[in-house]
Design a protein around this ligand. Structure first.
Ligand SMILES: NC(=O)C1=CN([C@@H]2O[C@H](COP(=O)(O)OP(=O)(O)OC[C@H]3O[C@@H](n4cnc5c(N)ncnc54)[C@H](OP(=O)(O)O)[C@@H]3O)[C@@H](O)[C@H]2O)C=CC1
Ligand SMILES: O=C1O[C@H](COP(=O)(O)O)[C@@H](O)[C@H](O)[C@H]1O
Length: 506
């Protein structure tokens, strides 16, 4: 990354609640180490871990951080001086989240620089603790901004339905202002997702086509080969609809659909996203099966490995009807998008890991080349997020030679720039949170609207005592094809050979 043009945030106390947890180890510590590497953590900053295990002391915390980096970011340890400087930033507070003393002790660890005491609280803890921790922080005076900024980062899930999300937002705002709350959605930190906004609003070429006159439909797909891993407890309550669609996929959809914001200011961007969400047509409660499909993986083979059924995974109810695959069709009732389907799908234990956003254009009004092809393949613009980031534009061209045959031409533009080191989503988002830039974080009303959109589907699925299965490692979910009725072509084929955008999804 070219860090010379990237602003360095002010010195800050970065306080991690849940320092001994999985998210801290796999995502936060590696991200902080990389930010340190790029000089994006100001000297005189401090990283304070909060743990409840009284056997931990500062040496234990230091060696824990070292081990985490060894495992997930060994490059950040190659320079002894760099590690020493990270190690010098570390501080530890031991105490339970429910104990007022924990917050008093934390207060004592905070350091000031340049006359300010800035604090970013990262709540890497079970969500049922968010309200209580916010209340305890407030009671201890730790959210008062008289000596510097006080911001709080929380992780999804933001509630478990519309009512609980509203209640969470209401309670958090009893203790702090909305602008102090950073609801993280790591999809918004992905380079490929941010590129969507740049592509749309820094170019003139496609924006005139970006509407119902030219676009037939939009497909947003996140296919994972992994299963639920160690998170069955959480997943059994969430399922694919809430885990991925209610948050990440709907967020991505808003960036595809929104109008140009008046600026990149957080509220300017989020105002436009909320307008999209508010325009999403409610799914009729009695017709959910036309708009949404769910399934659960049975045993099978993924990437050459035998995989047990979801119901046989540790921590999963043997009769579980939780979906590991979900697809949903949404319409945005506004001038630009009237009657253009937005098709969102995601699942675990599918054949491979592919994420992409595909904009499928309408067919030409007539086919001059009918002798050589009965139906022209449709033009398609694909933003790839995984396995590699980039854009592909699928066009029809002439097959070279003395014939009038056509071929599909893929203008393939990888996103990576030789030698460039792209930031991970958590690096981008932590950097933004330290700078006070909240455009890539979800606002309360966005979260609530997303819950509103999925509520009829959640309700309908809760009432059903059965679920259909797909073999792990397969796309054997034919029901999703009926969602494509009226659309040009089929779902895109995400299998290995096609993932670079060369697919002929007729
Ligand atoms: N892990 C991930 O990839 C993702 C996580 N999230 C969200 O991030 C948050 C953290 O998740 P994750 O790291 O996986 O969870 P873990 O269960 O691995 O970690 C939870 C942390 O909270 C601490 N904790 C729990 N109760 C208390 C208490 N009473 N007092 C002090 N500390 C306490 C735990 O301490 P102890 O070690 O002592 O138990 C542990 O450090 C959750 O909200 C989750 O939904 C969101 C997306 C992805
Ligand atoms: O938030 C989550 O995202 C991951 C998928 O993220 P990706 O960046 O690997 O595409 C998903 O596996 C997990 O279940 C979900 O909670």
């Amino acid at each position: 990354m070219n860090s010379t043009s990237v602003p360095q945030p002010e010195p800050c106390n970065i306080v991690i609640f849940g320092a001994s947890g999985d998210l801290t180890k796999r995502k936060l510590l590696p991200a902080l180490a990389r930010m340190h590497h790029w000089n994006l953590i100001a000297p005189n900053s401090r990283i304070t871990g909060i743990v409840r295990n009284h056997e931990w002391d500062i040496d234990h915390w230091r060696s824990y951080v070292h081990d985490a980096l060894q495992q997930f970011r060994p490059d950040c340890l190659s320079d002894t001086a760099a590690w020493q400087s990270i190690s010098d930033m570390l501080a530890l507070t031991v105490g339970d989240l429910s104990d007022a003393q924990t917050y008093t002790r934390l207060q004592e660890t905070l350091i000031s620089a340049d006359g300010k005491t800035n604090v970013l609280f990262y709540l890497a803890i079970p969500p049922e603790w968010y309200e209580r921790v916010a209340s305890n922080l407030n009671a201890a005076g730790l959210l008062n901004e008289s000596s510097g900024f006080r911001r709080i980062v929380i992780e999804k899930p933001f509630g478990s339905d519309l009512a609980s999300a509203r209640e969470l937002n209401r309670t958090l705002r009893e203790h702090m202002k909305e602008r102090q709350i950073y609801r993280i959605d790591h999809y918004l930190g992905k380079e490929g997702v941010q590129n969507l906004m740049v592509f749309r609003f820094a170019n003139t070429v496609f924006e005139p086509l970006w509407n119902r006159n030219y676009i037939d439909h939009v497909q947003i797909s996140v296919s994972e080969s992994l299963g639920v891993e160690y998170r069955a407890g959480y997943y059994e309550k969430a399922g694919a609809l809430i885990d991925m669609i209610q948050s990440h996929l709907i967020q991505v959809m808003t960036l595809v659909a929104m109008e140009s914001p008046v600026s990149l200011d957080g509220d300017a961007v989020r105002d436009e996203k909320v307008k999209v969400l508010k325009a999403v047509r409610p799914i009729p409660a009695d017709r959910v099966s036309e708009f949404a499909v769910r399934a659960q993986y049975a045993g099978g083979t993924v990437e050459g490995k035998r995989i047990p059924a979801y119901r046989d995974e540790p921590g999963v109810d043997p009769d579980s009807t939780i979906e590991t695959f979900a697809a949903i069709k949404l319409y945005i009732d506004n001038w630009r998008w009237q009657d253009v389907p937005f098709l969102l799908r995601t699942g675990k234990r599918l054949p491979n890991r592919v994420s992409e956003i595909a904009i499928r254009f309408k067919r030409p009004p007539m086919n001059l080349f009918s002798e050589s092809s009965s139906q022209l393949p449709q033009n398609e613009l694909i933003f790839r997020l995984h396995p590699d980031e980039g854009m592909v534009y699928l066009l029809n061209a002439k097959l070279p030679g003395l014939n009038d045959q056509l071929r599909e031409l893929a203008l393939d533009a990888p996103y990576a720039v030789a030698g460039a080191d792209s930031p991970e989503a958590y690096e981008t988002l932590l950097h933004d949170a330290l700078l006070g830039q909240n455009a890539l974080f979800s606002r309360a009303d966005e979260v609530e609207e997303s819950w509103r959109i999925v509520t009829p589907v959640m309700d309908a699925w809760k009432q059903k005592q059965s679920i259909r299965f797909y073999e792990a490692g397969s796309w054997d979910i034919p029901e999703i094809e009926t969602m494509m009725q009226g659309c040009v072509g089929c779902w895109r084929d995400l299998s290995e050979h096609h993932q670079h955008g060369y697919s002929k999804s007729t």
